[in-house]
Design a protein around this ligand. Sequence first.
Ligand code: DAH
Length: 342
Amino acid sequence: MSSNLEALVQDAAQQFAEAADPASLENAKARFLGKSGALTALLKGLASLSADDKRAEGARINQAKVQIENLLTERRQAMADERLQARLAQETIDVTLPGRGRGVGGVHPVIRTWQRVEEIFRSIGFDVADGPEIETDWFNFSALNNPENHPARSMQDTFYVDMKDSGGLPLVLRTHTSPMQVRHARTHQPPIKVIAPGRTYRVDSDATHSPMFHQVEGLWIDEHISFAHLKGVYTNFLRCFFETDDLVVRFRPSFFPFTEPSAEIDMMFTSGPNRGRWLEISGSGQVHPTVVANFGLDPERYIGFAFGSGLERLTMLRYGVDDLRQFYEGDLRFLRQFNQRL
Ligand code: DAH
């Protein structure tokens, strides 16, 4: 390397070393490597040399350039290290300070209702069953005495699954948890005493309806299960759920294809701010003989009741929520009210 190149490298080393902060270092870099820097000028000067000289001189200049670039990188790294050391020396961490804490999440109010419903029914000997949300047309409708083309089918606005995805088997998003009566009863022997909570779907959306919602189905089948059992079980459930004995229950005649007779269960608080008003709370009835036969059981021998209740409805009544859509908006201000830790 010619002596003037060596001098240039030494000059760069000195200027980099003298730079006290990153800005001065970058300025120093420009003086050597920048567009109008010393090395760039030398490279431009190559143009006037012969081909052989150009190659030899070019190689020397490049060598010098690499050295200067390495010096620059070293100096940058050294500066960063100095800065870090200075910060470490200056800053202290108080390890005795309490942590900032972290949101831990909480159980959704509707799921809390689901859990409580399970606890209450388990405590009086009911099993808990779970089943598919994509259901065959047969379990959702036909087995429940809801024949094809029967007007009762239009009581529920159904989401049908595209048949090309199901190999021709008619599939629906279950419109209620009632198909679980049939699924469970066909695989168990009486006495059958079960609840089946879960998600259900209907083409419906307003302040009291959501396209996805939750129900709990109840079924008790044996040789002598009557409406009196239904009344006892359901009244006990409501008293446990609302944590008060001050409520009464009445049965109002109704229609469901899978029960005969059918009834709406209404309840009324007899004390507290909501007392004195009948509230519709659940569908119910004595299981229709045709449905008992679809369970694979002899309807002359086995009899019992079923009910289907909305978990959102129970949750709204318990907490005084008046718009069901709030459950699904994910607004923390709403959800926090049910969970102090959120
Ligand atoms: N499946 C009915 C619905 O979603 C509710 C219902 C009514 C369920 C009566 C029952 C019953 O088990 O007996 O509208």
